[in-house]
Each structure stands twice: as C-alpha cells, then as structure tokens.
Design a protein around this ligand. Structure first.
Ligand code: SF4
Ligand code: SF4
Length: 697
C-alpha cells in the first residue's frame, strides 16, 4: 500500500485536551439503573413508532419502537422490565424540545430475548452474506451514527448506485475531554475492525482509511494490531493524523486524508467517500455477528466535579444522574448554570441552582437542563466541569473586528459576518454566507477575545431558517391546495352559470313564443270583434297595436259568453218560431196585411239575433283557444243528455219540415239541410255512446 499523503484544512485550534483524566481505567460496566427513559426519536429522520403498551413486560433487546419510513431507526429495550409510561418528556438536545419516551422500570434480571441469548441471530459468515441481509440486520438493530447527529446507518449504506472508492473511519475524536472512541479502540479494536470489513463489503469501497489523532498512541497500536485479525486481503490503513481541533469534523477529516473537499451543501458520497464513526463500526459488528441491537454505548464521564473520570458502558436511556452517582459527582465543585461557562456549550440560565452538566464536549456540547435526562445512542460524553475548569463567560463584550474567528474557522466561513446577520435576524444574508456549512465546532467562540457565544447565534439562526423553510413549505402546500380548490370552485361556478343561462334563454324563448301567440290571437279576436261589433262591448274596435302590447289581456268570462249565446239562440229560435206562426196565421187570415207586417218585423229581429249568435259563437271559440284546456271527464249521462237534446231538436225540425212541406214553403231546402246536419250530429253522439260503452266494458 502506498504511504498516505496527509493534507491540512484551514483554520483550527489547539485547545487544552484534558483527555488523560478519563483514560486511566478500563471501560467500566455501569450498574443497572432502576428506571430507563428511552426516547423513540434519537436519530435524524422520523421518530420510530412505539409498539408496546404501558404494563407490557419486555426483555432486553426487544423492539419497543419500529422505524417509521426510510430515514428512521428501531429502538429496543436496553434491559428487561415493565413499561410504566409512554409519555412526552424533555429530550437531551440544545433545543430543549420534548419527544415521546418509553419508560421502563427495570426488573434487575437484565434478561436477553431468547434468540439473542441463544445465539440464533448470529451471522458468523457475514463476509459471504447477502448485502441486503446485512443492511436489514443493521436497520433492525437500530444502528445509528454514534459520533455525530445519529444518522441511520442502514440509510447511509444504501449506496448501490454511487461509486464509493474510499471508506473513511472517523476515529480522530478531536474534542477535548472525550475519550470514548479512544477507549473503545484500545479495548475493542478487533470488533471495530470486523465492523469496518462489513462496511467495506457493503460499500464496495476500494480502500479504507482509519483516521486517528496522534494523541492516542494506544488506540493506534490496538487498531494496527487488529488489522492482523482481518480475514483475507484487505486495503485498510490506520492513518495517524496531527492533533488539531476539529480534525474529527467529517469534511475536515476527508480533506486531511484525501485532499478532497466536499462541496458546499453536498455530502461525501458525492465525491466517492463514505464516512463512519469507529464506535458505529463496533456496533455494526455486534449487530451482525452477535445479533445484538444498539442498546448501550461507551460514554465518557469526566470533569473536575466527578471523583473518578472514566469511560463506562452505559445503557441507552440511563438517567445522567445515575452516571454522576457512579463517577462520584461532587456538588460543591460543580459549575452552576448561572455561571455560563465553556466556549460553546449553550446553557439554560433559568435553572440557577442546578449543577452545570454538558452533554458532549466543551466545544460542541450543550448544557443539560436536568440530570434526569437520559443517555442517547449519540451521547459520547457527560462533562461536569468545576468553576475553575471552565470559567464563567456570561458577559460578552462588543465585537472588536479582530478577525481571529475567521482565522480559526475550519469551514472557511466568515464567523463575524455570520454573527452580525444572525444577531440582526438577516437570515437570507446568513444563508448567502453559507451558514449551513458551519459545523458548530466552536473554534470561533474559543478564540473570540470578546467572549461572544458565536455558535449560539448560529444555532439560533439555523433553527430559525429551518423553521422558516418548514413554514414556507407548509404555506406553499397550502397555497397550492387553496389554488386548486379555487380553480375547482370557479370551474363549477362557471358550469353552473352556463347551465343557468341556457335554461334562462330557453325559458325566455318559450315565454316570447307564448306571448307572441297570445298577442296574435288577441289581435285576431279584436279585429274580428271590430269587424262584427261586440254586443257585450259595443265600443270595442280593432285593438290599438301600440296599446295591445302594453295592456295585459283581460280575462275572458267563458261562462258569461255561453249564457249570452244560449240566450241569443233562444231568442233567435223564438223569433223564427213566431215568423213561422205568423206566416201560418197570415195564410189562414182574411186580412193578410197585418201578419205580413209583423212577419217583416220578426224577420229583421231574426237577422240581428242570427248575427249576434254568430259573433258570440266566434268569441267563445277564440276564448276557448286562449283558455287553458279544461279536461272534463265525460260521463255516459252527458252523452245521453246530448242525445236526448239532439233528438228533441230533430223532432221539432221534422215538425217544421212537415208543416213547410204541407204549406209548400220556400224554407223547405234550408230546413232539409238543417235536418241533415242534426241527423249527422245525432249519429256522432250515438257513436260516442257506443264507444263509451265499449271502453267501459
Ligand atoms: S473573534 Fe470575536 S471580536 Fe474578533 S472579529 Fe470575531 S467575533 Fe469579533
Ligand atoms: S463559524 Fe462555524 S465552522 Fe466556523 S469556526 Fe465558527 S462554529 Fe466553527
């Protein structure tokens, strides 16, 4: 293998290491705590789904929450016991946010699940196993990055389509005080090395570089020795890198080992590199070879406020106070939270009487609000500093624009500018100055002579940007939904309006046609009336075309017209009968002059009445056309009545015909014609009656 050429990154600092305090003793097992508090959202991505209930008894290694979605991780019971609560509790995080936690009262048995205890989950020939089997095992065992933010490892291993040439194992552990990885490599180098082999198989990387700072000679030797345990030919190299903070930053270590730079906003796989923490490698080996989920980790408990700084194997979910008690926490030495110390670790100044505890190191860690908070999969250190150890710096001075922060920044940012933008809430400008590339290493805060807690400003700004983006995304989605709904409503309204207009046009057309027909009929009737004279309305004449449209048609009283017609017809009949009588009288009289004069009078009356009958009959016909049809049910009685009436008429006409015949009158042809019509009508009525009877039968 070619010797590795080391590179350097810009900036960086050399803070006091304070590591030796916790490396004087071997990793100690921590006594089982009485209660475990296990957050189901310890990783980046969606919190896992709780699958147990209060009252359930669980065994060590049993799944209590399943991954929800692709970027998620399973959570397991770290020990056997009973689920006593599933509730929202504050999480150990700089945000102080709450999350769902499963609370287990341990039973003291620490009893493994059967198939883990009997070894039936072990994959001994893991280098021959299918990659999918290995990735699923890593996922099922809830393995997440143990040196950083806790990214699910199985997701990081899904690199099938990407060309990975180098696997980088981050074992630099550059942060002061923290020695968890150092001790892990010293004591568990072979397990870590086998985990690295599994990762090489999964990533198909051509080579692997294990970067360890030169302040860890024991760990370097242990890892080099462990190379002898590696099966077959390998391309794994242990690389000693100079101690400089933050060489353990992912981008910085990649730069040191390969000279390559991860582009701003990009990830290492974009340049053919995958990076994993050395502790994660050991957890991968345990998961694959032993079938054990990630339920414990090595955590450094250190600081001058503990009697015995050391590394302990601690169950996930163990309350911090349990560690403190184990390491001999000395309350009187502790730095209290009102004295805001460290270069970076953010604090909660409300709890003035509580000892200051930092999760993580003094550079990148954060102050815990309570010692009840639990250890997570990513908790590599609990720092309990004394007042002397991390002096208070709660009073920051104004920025003197010295530029030291810029010199120290390993990410080539302008910390002073970022500070101004963050402080002024100018988030867009902070984004333009690549605040997203800030790894929150705290190097700028460390060198700042004004003791400005710069990283706290950056964290706040990053949180605000994230929130703003989430709000923007939400509002964009809402806007899209609103616009889609509005479009649909507009479309429906337009369709409705089009239908309404079509209906209105049809109705208007029908109305106009009806009106025109009525007017035509009225006009016709009026013209007819004007031509003939109207006995009911002698003044009536042809309707005025202008007023005809403006006046509403008078309702026609059909019944009244019928009565008038009946009366006119009766009068006509009387007159005609009288004429016939007078004529007969005149023929038999000695003085023929007198009845002849009377006959002339009655003949004039007959002519007038005949015209009147004709006019009334026309008016009734017209009125019937205009009037809505009245459907009257015709009964047999009606037809019989008409038949009898018709028969009477015929009888009378026949009498008159007979008389006229006897007298040789000139009216004979007219009477014969009338008689024929009456006979015809009689036949029609008889046919109606026959039809009626037939229908009834
Ligand atoms: S180191 Fe501090 S004082 Fe100097 S420029 Fe940066 S923020 Fe200002
Ligand atoms: S700006 Fe960010 S990356 Fe740069 S030194 Fe400060 S904390 Fe570190």
């Amino acid at each position: 293998m070619q010797p590795i050429t080391l590179h350097s990154f810009d900036g960086g600092i050399h803070p006091q290491e304070n590591k030796h305090q916790s490396t004087q003793t071997a990793i100690a097992p921590l006594p089982l705590p009485a209660q475990l508090v296990i957050p189901v959202g310890q990783h980046i991505g969606a919190p896992a789904d709780v699958i147990v209930a209060v009252g359930d008894l669980v065994l060590k290694g049993q799944v209590i929450a399943q991954p929800k979605g692709f970027v998620s991780a399973a959570v397991h019971a770290p020990s056997s016991g009973k689920i006593v609560a599933i509730e929202q509790r504050e999480l150990p995080h700089s945000s102080g946010l709450e999350g769902t936690c499963v609370i287990i009262d341990t039973d003291g048995q620490d009893q493994w699940l059967e198939d883990i205890a009997n070894g039936s989950r072990e994959i001994s020939d893991y280098l021959e196993a299918d990659n999918d089997v290995l990735v699923n095992r890593i996922r099922d065992c809830g393995i997440t990055g143990m040196g950083g933010a806790g990214f699910p490892t199985s997701v990081k291993m899904a690199v099938k389509d990407k060309q990975i040439d180098t696997l980088i194992i981050n074992a630099a552990e550059c942060e002061p005080y923290i020695t968890a990885d150092d001790m892990l490599m010293r004591e568990r180098a072979i397990a870590a090395m086998h985990g690295i082999q599994i990762l090489m198989k999964l990533t198909s990387a051509d080579n692997c570089l294990i970067g360890i700072e030169d302040n860890k000679p024991e760990a370097i030797k242990a890892m080099e020795d462990a190379l002898h345990s590696v099966h077959g030919e390998h391309h794994i190299t242990v690389v000693t890198v100079p101690t400089k903070y933050p060489s353990g930053g992912e981008k910085q270590l990649i730069k040191i080992l390969t000279g390559k730079e991860v582009p701003s906003g990009g990830i290492p796989s974009a340049i053919g590199i995958v990076c994993q923490n050395v502790g994660t490698c050991e957890a991968i080996y345990r998961a694959v070879a032993e079938g054990k989920p990630l339920i414990s980790r090595i955590t450094t408990i250190t600081g001058e406020s503990v009697e015995q700084p050391q590394n302990v194997e601690v169950l996930i979910g163990t309350p911090v106070k349990h560690l403190l008690a184990f390491a001999g926490f000395k309350q009187e030495k502790s730095l209290f939270q009102k004295l805001l110390g460290s270069f970076n670790a953010s604090s909660n100044s409300e709890s003035e009487s509580k000892p200051r505890l930092i999760m993580g190191g003094p550079m990148m860690g954060f102050t815990l609000s309570s010692d009840e908070l639990p250890i997570l999969k990513s908790s590599n250190c609990i720092l309990a500093p004394s007042q002397k150890e991390l002096p208070a710096n709660d009073i920051a001075s104004a920025c003197i624009r010295c530029g030291l922060c810029t010199e120290a920044c390993p990410a080539d940012l302008l910390p002073q500018q970022l500070y101004w933008f963050s402080k002024a809430g100018e988030l867009d400008k902070a984004e333009q100055h690549n605040i997203a590339d800030c790894i929150e290493c705290g190097a700028c805060s460390y060198v700042c002579p004004s003791e400005i807690p710069l990283v706290q400003y950056y964290r706040h700004a990053k949180g605000a940007i994230k929130e703003e983006r989430a709000t923007q995304l939400k509002s964009d989605r809402s806007r899209v939904r609103f616009e889609a709904r509005q479009d649909r409503l507009d479309r429906e309204a337009a369709e409705k309006e089009a239908k309404r207009q079509a209906r209105a046009a049809t109705a208007e057309k029908a109305q106009a046609a009806k009106k025109a027909a009525a007017l035509a009929q009225q006009k016709e009737a009026a013209e007819e009336a004007a031509k003939n004279g109207d006995p009911a309305n002698p003044d009536s004449g042809p309707p005025d075309s202008g007023s005809a449209e403006s006046k509403a048609p008078e309702p026609i009283d059909l019944e009244k017209l019928q009565k008038q017609l009946d009366a006119a017809q009766a009068g006509l009949k009387k007159s005609m009968d009288k004429i016939a009588e007078l004529k007969a009288e005149a023929e038999n009289s000695d003085d023929p002059a007198a009845p002849i004069e009377n006959i002339e009078v009655f003949e004039k009356a007959v002519a007038t009445r005949r015209d009147k009958v004709k006019l009334l009959a026309q008016q009734i016909t017209e009125a019937k056309k205009l009037a809505p049809p009245v459907k009257k049910e015709i009964t047999r009685d009606d037809i019989e009545k008409k038949l009898r009436a018709q028969q009477d008429r015929i009888d009378k006409t026949q009498q008159r015909f007979q008389l006229a015949q006897e007298q040789g009158s000139e009216t004979l042809p007219a009477l014969q014609k009338g008689l024929d019509k009456q006979m015809q009508k009689l036949k029609e009525l008889e046919a109606d009656l026959a039809q009626f009877d037939k229908a009834g039968a």
